[in-house]
Design a protein around this ligand. Structure first.
Ligand SMILES: Nc1ncnc2c1ncn2[C@@H]1O[C@H](COP(=O)(O)OP(=O)(O)O)[C@@H](O)[C@H]1O
Ligand SMILES: [Mg+2]
Length: 243
């Protein structure tokens, strides 16, 4: 099968600081990939490097075998890559519906429109005229996801969509993921919550200090190995992490 997204030797830089070192990834159409790693590992930078919002990057990024490594963020978005950014980044002066409609400005043809978003997250229909800032954190996260879906993306990049939310709210938000995938989008979720990542993803990649330290299917990854890859602890001969 042709990969939807491939990166080869992808590196990224903030000025002189190198934040990513030669990342090789491949995502099949319809798959869900999780990127896990501690704060500062480079997860957000990787999403930005794919979406074209990092100032400087080297290496390859391709979408359905088309080279997108040299494209600006708006061009990548127009090809069907949408980001749910860390911290949501809603427009505080706009109401819920206006925030959702912002996402339709780069829309592909596809299944998602306002009605579909409101069916996915019914509370947003009730609150559609409310200022985005008046919503709870979880509801704001739903708006951020809905806004990204309004563009009918082929690839949805979700950066820390569970951060700071109560477990019951996280459950609601992640319950939308199978529906989003069934409607045709492939998904990359960035998570600090390892358990959540293992639950939803077909493939998991762990990052540390700008590099991928472990990759595999959730069922094939031992907890100790994940712990080592996540925290950088050295494994003892017994297979237990050294603290
Ligand atoms: N705008 C920026 N300018 C300079 N350094 C940055 C910037 N954003 C992130 N970094 C640095 O890049 C590294 C990776 O950050 P980030 O991708 O945000 O990690 P994560 O999302 O895994 O927490 C960190 O060392 C961070 O301090
Ligand atoms: Mg981040």
């Amino acid at each position: 099968m042709t990969a939807l997204l491939e990166t080869g030797g992808l590196s990224a830089f903030y000025g002189d600081f190198q934040a990513l070192f030669g990342i090789d990834l491949s995502l099949e159409p319809g798959d869900c990939m999780a990127i896990i790693g501690a704060n500062g590992a480079g997860k957000t930078t990787l999403m930005r490097a794919i979406a074209g919002t990092v100032v400087r990057r080297t290496g390859q990024v391709s979408l359905s075998q088309r080279d997108i490594g040299g494209l600006a963020a708006d061009q990548v978005a127009a090809l069907g890559v949408a980001m749910v950014p860390e911290g949501r980044k809603l427009f505080p002066s706009l109401n819920v519906e206006e925030n959702l409609l912002i996402g339709a400005t780069v829309a592909q043809k596809g299944p998602w429109a306002l009605a579909g978003i409101y069916d996915l997250f019914p509370v947003l229909r009730e609150k559609r005229h409310a200022p985005a800032t008046s919503l709870s954190g979880g509801q704001q996260q739903m708006v951020a996801i809905g806004r990204a879906l309004m563009g009918n993306p082929r690839l949805l990049l979700c950066d820390e969509i569970s951060l700071g939310l109560a477990p019951i709210v996280i459950k609601d938000i992640y319950a939308a993921l199978p529906k989003i995938r069934a409607a045709g989008a492939s998904v990359i979720v960035v998570e600090q919550d390892i358990g959540q990542a293992l639950k939803v993803a077909d493939h998991v990649h762990c990052m540390m200090e700008g590099r991928i330290t472990l990759s595999g299917r959730p069922a094939d990854l031992a907890r100790d190995a994940i712990h080592d890859a996540y925290f950088g602890t050295v494994s003892a001969g017994t297979g237990h992490a050294v603290h």
